[in-house]
Design a binder for this molecule. Structure first.
Ligand code: RB5
Length: 150
């Protein structure tokens, strides 16, 4: 599996920790965004990078990190085909896969610690989409995209 990860400056330190964890999991990582925690980098550009990699098929999943996770999750969800979930713990990370078939996870480098983030990553990659009635809901989301994303 190929994973695209990007962050702004506020998510840089946590991104480095998560990137190392992904590599240890044996995943292929496409890394993008801020080059340090001190040099400003827009969360909009970082979100565009992750979303574009996933929509184009270059990556199977995405991880998007900014200060709160809010701005970058909003950006990712502006892309047709992206279901980006802003998560705060392993439970929400697990459920966004199981019920929402999320293909991008977002979180905040100023909000959660590295142990919680890595627990979220494990849950996000372990959990399968439950399909069934949830596939109907996800299909309904896609129908909205067909109307609103020209
Ligand atoms: C950067 O200061 C901050 O605004 C950004 O990381 C993010 O939290 C926005 O939603």
């Amino acid at each position: 599996m190929v994973v695209s990860i990007a962050s702004d400056h506020a998510g840089y330190d946590l991104r480095m920790t998560v990137k190392k964890h992904l590599e240890e999991m044996g995943l292929e990582v496409i890394d993008g965004g801020a080059v340090s925690a001190t040099e400003a980098f827009s969360y909009v550009e970082a979100g565009k990078k992750v979303a574009t990699d996933v929509v184009s098929g270059k990556a199977d999943r995405g991880i998007a990190i900014c200060g709160t996770g809010i701005g970058i999750s909003i950006v990712c969800n502006k892309f047709k085909g992206i279901r980006c979930a802003l998560c705060h713990d392993a439970y929400t990370a697990r459920m966004c896969r199981q019920h929402n078939d999320a293909n991008v996870i977002a979180f905040g480098g100023r909000v959660i610690g590295s142990a919680v983030a890595l627990g979220m990553i494990d849950a996000f990659f372990e959990e399968e989409f439950a399909a069934g009635r949830h596939a109907v809901r996800v299909g309904d989301i896609s129908s909205i995209e067909e109307v609103n994303f020209k």
